[in-house]
Design a protein around this ligand. Sequence first.
Ligand SMILES: Cc1cc2nc3c(=O)[nH]c(=O)nc-3n(C[C@H](O)[C@H](O)[C@H](O)COP(=O)(O)O)c2cc1C
Length: 329
Amino acid sequence: MFVLGLQGSPRKKGNSVHLLNRFLAECENNGARTRVIQMDGLDIQPCKELVVCEKKGFCPIKDEMEPRIYGLIRTADVVVLASPVFFYNVSAQAKILIDRCQMFWGRRYKMKLADPDAGSRQGVLLAVGASGGKRLFDGVKLTAHYFFDAISARFAESLTYKNVEAAGEVMSVPGVDQDIQQAAQRVMDAVQKKPTLVFVSKKDACRGQIAAAYAKMASEGRIRVLSAGIDPAGEIQADTRDFLADQGVDIKYGQPRSLDGLMAEEFNKQPPSLVIRMTADAIPALGGETQFWDMDDAQDVTSVASLAEEIRDRVDRLISDFQSRYQSG
Ligand SMILES: Cc1cc2nc3c(=O)[nH]c(=O)nc-3n(C[C@H](O)[C@H](O)[C@H](O)COP(=O)(O)O)c2cc1C
């Protein structure tokens, strides 16, 4: 599980930093991998309103957004936005990054490309302000709401603290520690308490990616779906990405994962419920049940369309069966 922190304060020891670090530490204690982007130091330009993203689905500005930050956002299970209130909104540093995520908005709403992880990604807002007015966080919350929507994340948690001015003062506000601990726990539970389905293939570049994308879309976030390769490729195959994009499924920023990495990072709390082996090669025991799908993986793929059709049929049957067997309630 990957939690990405977006730190919007220019103060290196400020309140937002403290809140974010505390939140991420709690996630790490629960087995998550975390990473922080300090938005103040980023080499990114503000949106120039070129509108290329709304027509072609990419941002032509060449800087750190593409592919690094876009990729981190798209691979995160949880995106945590931490910012001080600056003139009743997020800081300018945070706003630059948020505006550049119009690229995701364009892909989602103009190009009608659905992120398969839309049903499971969560957004968390942490914010602080010096004054005490009732509407202090209205602007920040609205911006966060539309930012999370653009990056296909559910706005899961919001922790806001008023009357906090001096750097680091927020951590002495009564109840802060407990708030963070409980919010982080809820966010982690929402991921880790789901039954997990894993597709293991040779390269995780085609068959596994297609199966995982279809399974995510079909289960709408109710199942945690992962894929990995025994010997992962460097990139997802271009024809696989293109084929799925033609079907409205957006895996542009997806990456093949290694089975070793997956085992180390994802199953430390709970083993998967079901593993689908899509390769003739043997795989290590991951816990849970394993099924074998004979997908002829010694052959190069000649037609992604016919392969995808076969996978879709299998996935549709699998998901209805999986839900009745492994999901409670
Ligand atoms: C440029 C600027 C604008 C600010 N605007 C507001 C504001 O509109 N409302 C408010 O309550 N505090 C405002 N503040 C105060 C900060 O939100 C407050 O000091 C906060 O604790 C700083 O968080 P940090 O340590 O994470 O940077 C502003 C501070 C600065 C520097």
